[in-house]
Design a protein around this ligand. Structure first.
Ligand SMILES: CC(C)(COP(=O)(O)OP(=O)(O)OC[C@H]1O[C@@H](n2cnc3c(N)ncnc32)[C@H](O)[C@@H]1OP(=O)(O)O)[C@@H](O)C(=O)NCCC(=O)NCCS
Length: 181
């Protein structure tokens, strides 16, 4: 059964293997990391940093899984409450499992948590102008383009432009600060 579950410290060794297998797949899209990042020790440190930020409320991190098997990662980053109530999505899926709806299903779960449980009002995602699969993905699950971010991120040797996508909460009525559950 494909789904998402919260990332835990115990996921570090499996995640190191998954990152190693996908290093080439991700090189075009994600900032490359030092070799240490792809080891169980490196992942333990990376996961611990992520979980520390998560405890502070700044992000939520999930593992995409098929049963016990990890298939990728999805994060809700830069969570801001107050009058913004926003968060930014980042994700990737194992190269052997792309094109089968894994990301769509995972993102729908994230939207449910973000809007219905956290009461966020806006989700954003920045997608490279040359990442057609990701553009298609976000548009298909209801995100709308709101602009172009020039030189948005440094990946694979240069600054890359990205399209800004947003999705407002289903409860948005132009007046309420948060949902009336
Ligand atoms: C982008 C990514 C997360 C998509 O994951 P996925 O599990 O394959 O996504 P899904 O199968 O749910 O949906 C992908 C959609 O894009 C479509 N697609 C795939 N390649 C495409 C292309 N080159 N052009 C247009 N559409 C494309 C698929 O057909 C599918 O749409 P459909 O379900 O309507 O047929 C995955 O390819 C990935 O991890 N890429 C590398 C990292 C990355 O780009 N992360 C996102 C950064 S914003």
């Amino acid at each position: 059964m494909i789904g998402i579950r919260p990332l835990t410290a115990a996921d570090a060794p499996a995640l190191a293997g998954l990152y190693r297998e996908n290093r080439e797949h991700l090189r075009a899209w994600e900032p490359d990391e030092p070799d240490d990042f792809y080891t169980p020790e490196g992942q333990r440190a990376a996961v611990e940093t992520t979980l520390r930020e998560s405890r502070s409320g700044r992000l939520l991190a999930w593992l995409i899984v098929d049963g016990d098997r990890p298939l990728g990662r999805v994060n809700l980053n830069h969570i801001t409450m107050g009058p913004l109530r926003a968060g930014e999505i980042g994700l990737w899926v194992d190269q052997g499992h792309v094109g089968r709806g894994v990301a769509s299903r995972s993102l729908r779960s994230v939207l449910g948590i973000a809007f219905d449980e956290l009461g966020l009002h806006r989700l954003t995602a920045f997608v490279r102008t040359d990442n057609l699969a990701s553009q298609h993905l976000f548009e298909r699950i209801g995100f709308r383009r709101f602009g172009l971010s020039d030189g948005h991120v440094y990946v694979n040797g240069r600054w890359r432009d990205a399209i800004g996508y947003q999705c407002l909460a289903p409860w948005h009525d132009d007046v309420l600060l948060s949902p009336e559950f």
